[in-house]
Write a protein that binds this ligand. Structure first.
Ligand code: PNS
Length: 165
């Protein structure tokens, strides 16, 4: 049996916490499709093309069974399109749990055949989020512990700041 999972998110931009979850999931599933939400409610800093390209660069070493795609609409439809039986989400702290539970139960209602699996991020990335990284970078702080190198460089370029180490 081939185990296929999707890992959906806004990824604006991908953080080390996301990458850590992608790495863990890549070892658990036969195929992992990272889905980058296009029609996000939030106004993204990076275009959908930039987000996809950056993630592709970051996950290049995870193997050919990991792919990255943009998607619109419902995550469960994206999962069904790929024949995925699993949605992967990362949990950093208890504060993530409530929203994730609500999403997981909504998705189960919509698609009972698709299960959500949660992976705990590594302890050192428990505080990392895309929005915090953007804020820190905007004011010239060091984001290198939070972001993969290509993302930190792209963020500095996008914000017109110099990457600080
Ligand atoms: O990275 P994020 O912003 O926490 O990801 C949230 C995401 C993209 C997984 C969620 O908003 C989502 O699944 N959006 C697609 C629309 C959808 O399926 N909504 C119903 C389930 S909550």
């Amino acid at each position: 049996m081939t185990r296929v999972a999707v890992f959906p998110g806004s990824f604006d931009p991908m953080t080390n916490a996301h990458l850590d979850v992608a790495r863990r999931a890549s070892g658990l599933f036969d195929r992992l499709v990272i889905g980058v939400l296009n029609n996000t409610k939030k106004e993204p800093l990076f275009s959908i093309e930039q987000r996809v390209a950056l993630i592709r660069e970051c996950v290049a070493d995870l193997g050919g069974h990991v792919s990255v795609e943009a998607f619109d609409g419902l995550t469960v439809d994206f999962a069904r399109t790929h024949g995925a039986g699993f949605i992967v989400r990362g949990l950093r702290a208890v504060s993530d749990f409530e929203a994730e539970l609500q999403m997981a139960l909504t998705n189960r209602k919509l698609a009972p055949e698709v299960d959500t699996t949660f992976l705990m991020t590594a302890l050192e990335y428990g505080y990392v989020s895309s929005s915090l990284a953007k804020e820190v970078a905007r004011f010239g702080g060091d984001v290198t512990p939070m972001l993969p190198a290509p993302v930190a460089a792209a963020l500095a370029e996008r914000l017109g700041t110099r990457p600080r180490v």
